[in-house]
Design a protein around this ligand. Structure first.
Ligand code: TMP
Length: 198
């Protein structure tokens, strides 16, 4: 089973992922962007305010393709529970928000376009926990250290996540990430335990 954690920057997602590591020691824990050289290229692009959003989408997607073949598919083939801190929904939400300001031919919807690219090769998550926090709190908590963390951008990202949840309500569970972190962690842990009991 593939479980992914998604949410705006500053949602407590990575802390929840670290806590899950202790609770489910037999599972495979992974994240995107990865630490491979593809992931390093992604980090370089994220640090560049003038990066081309379309080029950046493909860097993130290249990192995802490598992550799938090197980590995710082999772990799933072994029957492992895989927990990923960010995965394809991050592209759908974040890169669709970046592309909204740029040009896609034929009036294409950025979110649909990014989904279509993934549909050709990716492995969709079985369940996704969305750590729900408003864009203002997210930007404040994240300290806006990269271009994706600014409030206006996070508002678009948040709207995109809502579209994704509306489209597949059975895949997502929502956790209120404005709660104190221990409560967020407890809720996330309960959800993963319930998924693995099903
Ligand atoms: P993090 O907050 O999980 O460390 O993620 C790093 C940043 O990368 C965060 O601002 C969201 C962004 N990101 C994307 O824009 N697209 C993606 O596909 C992924 C995985 C992350």
């Amino acid at each position: 089973m593939l479980v992914t954690l998604e949410g705006l920057d500053g949602s407590g997602k990575t802390s929840a992922w670290e806590a899950l590591r202790e609770e489910f020691p037999e599972a495979v824990f992974t994240r995107e962007p990865t630490s491979s050289w593809y992931g390093e290229s992604v980090a370089r692009s994220m640090g560049d305010d003038d990066a081309n959003p379309l080029a950046e989408l493909f860097l993130f997607t290249a990192d995802h393709a490598d992550h799938l073949s090197r980590v995710v598919r082999p772990a799933l083939a072994d029957g492992s529970l895989v927990v990923s801190d960010r995965y394809s929904d991050s592209r759908f939400a974040y890169q669709a928000a970046s592309l909204a300001d740029s040009y896609l031919a034929g009036g294409r919807d950025p979110l649909e376009y990014v989904r279509e690219i993934h549909a050709a090769f990716s492995h969709p998550p079985d369940r996704t926990i969305y750590l729900d926090v408003d864009p203002e709190t997210a930007a404040e908590r994240a300290g806006a250290t990269n271009k994706f963390e600014r409030v206006a951008h996070l508002e678009r990202v948040s709207e995109n996540y809502e579209r994704l949840i509306d489209a597949e309500p059975e895949r997502f569970v929502r956790v209120d990430a404005t709660q104190p972190l221990p409560d967020v962690i407890a809720a996330v842990t309960e959800h993963v335990a319930a998924f693995t009991d099903d």
